[in-house]
Design a binder for this molecule. Structure first.
Ligand code: SF4
Length: 140
């Protein structure tokens, strides 16, 4: 994925997950199976020979921002509500000022309530922001 800015990611090199499934299935026939839970973002397949299963997460070619529940806390105490966000919510200042768990939870819930992150959808539209947090900065 194009997380951060330093990995040389290029849309032209992306292989859509449908093609990944087709290529694998051409050699080892697959069949779709239901997601393990309703919030699961992977599309699951089972090998028809019973040899196992695989899951494909199509965050680039089939964005799922509307149902996303990702959040990361950076080492500096900023809460990022999207892996591609430009900025996070500063929780460290509140923590250092003596905020208790309830107050911190309130800050987090309010941020979550107003978040409108949809980087992957905007990428598809060609309007995604150029500035984004580096993945190593938020863990991962
Ligand atoms: S681009 Fe951001 S909002 Fe969309 S799925 Fe990825 S982390 Fe979630």
């Amino acid at each position: 994925m194009d997380v951060g800015t330093g990995n040389g990611w290029c849309m032209d090199s992306v292989v859509p997950s449908t093609e990944v499934a087709e290529r694998i299935g051409a050699n080892w026939p697959l069949e779709r199976v239901q997601a393990l839970d309703a919030g699961c973002v992977a599309r699951h397949y089972r090998y028809q020979d019973g040899g196992g299963w695989l899951g494909l997460i199509s965050s680039v070619t089939e964005p799922f921002c509307a149902g996303c529940d990702r959040a990361r806390l950076s080492a500096e105490g900023s809460l990022y509500t999207c892996l591609f966000a430009s900025r996070g919510l500063d929780l460290k200042t509140a923590l250092r000022a003596g905020a208790d768990d309830t107050q911190l939870l309130g800050l987090i819930l309010e941020r979550w309530r107003v978040r409108d992150d949809r980087y992957s959808e905007l990428r598809t539209l060609g309007t995604s922001p150029r500035t984004r947090v580096e993945m190593f900065h938020i863990g991962g």
